[in-house]
Design a protein around this ligand. Structure first.
Ligand SMILES: [Zn+2]
Length: 345
């Protein structure tokens, strides 16, 4: 069947705006849960939340055994560590390029659901006052969150309901350009979550009942290493869709789907990866095969947890990862096309 992925560009970007603008730093699953549930309903698939706060979207196929797909909806972020004067000291969530936090707007989410805006800054934030504003190391010790509230003491801050352990979500600054670029924080890995939703939209629109059941695992702890440690047992193969690396010693660009042969945790499944490369080649996709130097994925989490399931990794090429990321719809289109080929479509 010839599926025109290009015509899903509008659906993709409309969905991206909603998914990207819903805060979901690692482990904060409450808001994204209801959004994903509403998409599941709209796209006619079964929605399950696992006990630890990950999500499974199931499209029933002719066979009970399932082809797995995984993407992570959790993002980098921060958490309140302590209150110092009227400012918040924080601990980072995941491994961001911390210098890119400097100057970023953020939202503090209290345990009772209140939200307060603020800004990440270094402790030398003024050019007219500090000689080291350009050179200060961007570490947790040297950075704070300035709240947009009249607060001068820890007591003032606590009166707002803000406590240690509250999540801090960064403004993703999601922007879609006329030229087809998606620039935003957390393209890793929300771009893939939206790609999976787009695959479900395609299955619905073309009225396709796939040969195998399709189970999409949307994880919420990938950035801390154990996202896919639980995997439904009827999954016979797991294709992880996560960001493709771009840069030194790498082949991929933002217009391609990256197929990862090996990351810092070791090689991906040989036959599975070879099959993906052949599918990409035979179907004229724009792709690159790469070895990622500093990277781990949910396949690693799945394998470390002891699952006997072959795993492979693909994803759109993402520039400036864990900083101010960018990709292009071309890369997303190639990624969706490869997912469809994996599903036998
Ligand atoms: Zn990722």
């Amino acid at each position: 069947m010839k599926i025109d992925v290009k015509k899903y560009k509008d659906f993709y970007f409309e969905t991206a705006l909603k998914i990207f603008n819903t805060p979901s730093p690692t482990g904060y699953y409450t808001e994204i849960a209801s959004l994903l549930a509403s998409y599941a309903k709209e796209l006619d698939v079964e929605f399950t939340k696992t006990n630890k706060g990950c999500f499974i979207l199931t499209k029933k196929g002719k066979k009970q055994s399932a082809l797995g797909l995984a993407a992570h909806a959790d993002t980098l972020g921060a958490m309140v560590r302590s209150i110092s004067g009227g400012n918040l000291r924080f601990t980072k969530i995941g491994g961001p390029i911390l210098s890119t936090y400097d100057g970023e707007y953020c939202t503090v989410i209290t345990r009772n659901g209140k939200k307060y805006s603020g800004t990440f800054l270094s402790v030398s934030p003024s050019k007219h006052v500090y000689t080291d504003c350009d050179t200060i190391a961007h570490t947790e010790e040297n950075m704070i969150v300035r709240l947009d509230e009249v607060v001068n003491s820890p007591a003032d801050v606590k009166k707002l309901g803000i406590e240690s352990g509250d999540y801090i979500a960064l403004d993703p600054k999601t922007t879609i350009t006329e030229s087809g670029f998606l620039k935003s924080r957390f393209i890793d890995d929300k771009a893939s979550v939206v790609a999976l939703l787009t695959v479900l939209k395609i299955l619905k629109d073309y009225d396709i009942t796939p040969e195998y059941t399709v189970k999409m695992l949307i994880t919420m702890y990938e950035e801390v290493g154990h996202g896919a440690s639980y995997v439904p047992q009827d999954i016979v193969k797991m294709l992880c869709v996560d960001m493709g690396c771009i840069g030194k010693d790498l082949n991929c660009n933002e217009h391609q789907v990256s197929i990862c042969a090996k990351d810092s945790h070791g090689p991906y499944d040989y036959d599975f990866t070879t099959n993906l490369i052949n599918l990409a080649k035979e179907n004229g996709l724009n792709y690159a095969v790469d070895v990622y130097p500093y990277y781990g994925s949910d396949v690693g989490a799945m394998w470390s947890a002891g699952h006997d399931i072959p795993g492979a990794l693909i994803g759109t090429g993402v520039h400036a990862s864990h900083g101010m990321e960018r990709t292009h719809f071309d890369g997303i289109e190639n990624t969706i096309s490869l997912i469809l080929l994996y599903l036998g479509l």
